[in-house]
Design a protein around this ligand. Structure first.
Ligand code: ZN
Length: 276
């Protein structure tokens, strides 16, 4: 599944190819994604110029002047820039044809992705309106992901700290890999009740979440085998994980075997010695 680093890598790669270009046509081959692609998109988008490509959580927001095209990669989606005459393959469900002779193509074998249209401020779209702060960008004081924010957000909560940081209402974009890795680096066991985390430990966790995500973005994204970046190279970089996927292997810090448990239907990996 593309996690936040892959989506941000995609955004950076695509923005350079799309910003300022005019859309000449839209091709919908299969509208049945997680939600149907709006049938009137060709009429809405023909002749529109792409002003910018931004990101909120794992949604890509393409400002087309009269509204915003909201794109989500779901479980298996990828976006590429290709010559406009490139024949579509199976699972290539959606194209934006651009005036410079290229197109932006969405491939999504599992069809959990989304292509939606929204007029007005994209932050008001129902999918985006209740999201927590971005982990990597400084937000307004009341909604900035820092130690005090995380401390306040976890008070009185008996849910595990891992499930808490994976909750999009608390902070967006911390998927399973990065939650596991950040908790190891912060020395916090994943099953600790969120409400028991002290302010200094909240500060440490915020630092490690930010660092873990930033490092993955610098590597070009890490988790999706079939992610293909805009230059056609595989974007899959096998990271040197501390704990993720390393059940039974020795901890890289202390040598104890890495443990694996289930939390909220997801696998958690941790070191019983390094994480308290
Ligand atoms: Zn250890």
């Amino acid at each position: 599944m593309p996690e936040l680093p892959e989506v941000e890598t995609t955004r950076r790669g695509l923005a350079a190819h799309l910003t300022g270009l005019t859309i000449t046509d839209v091709v919908i081959r299969n509208a049945k994604l997680r939600w149907p692609i709006p049938k009137n998109l060709p009429r809405l988008l023909r002749g529109r110029t792409i002003a910018s490509l931004k990101r909120r959580a794992k949604y890509l927001l393409m400002d087309c002047g009269s509204g915003t095209l909201i794109l989500h990669l779901g479980m298996s989606g990828s976006l590429r820039i290709l010559p406009a005459n490139t024949a579509p393959q199976q699972h290539d469900h959606f194209d934006l044809i651009l005036r410079n002779g290229t197109l932006m193509r969405l491939r999504d074998p599992r069809r959990f992705g989304a292509v939606l249209w929204h007029t007005g401020d994209p932050a008001t779209h129902p999918l985006l309106a209740t999201l927590g702060p971005e982990p990597l960008e400084d937000g307004p004081p009341a909604n900035n992901f820092d130690a005090r924010y995380l401390y306040q957000a976890t008070r009185g909560r008996s849910v595990s700290i891992k499930q808490c940081i994976m909750d999009n209402h608390v902070v967006v974009g911390v998927g399973n890999i990065y939650a596991n890795e950040a908790l190891f680096r912060a020395g916090i066991k994943p099953q600790l009740a969120a409400g028991k985390l002290s302010l200094p430990r909240c500060a440490k966790l915020v630092v490690e979440i930010r660092a873990t995500l930033a490092e993955a973005i610098n590597l070009g994204g890490s988790s999706l085998r079939d992610f293909v970046n805009t230059s056609g190279q595989p974007g899959y970089f096998q990271q040197h994980y501390w704990v993720y996927g390393r059940s039974g292997e020795p901890c890289r810090r202390c040598g104890s075997p890495i443990k694996q448990i289930r939390q909220g239907q997801r696998s958690s990996f941790y070191c019983g010695s390094c994480q308290k």
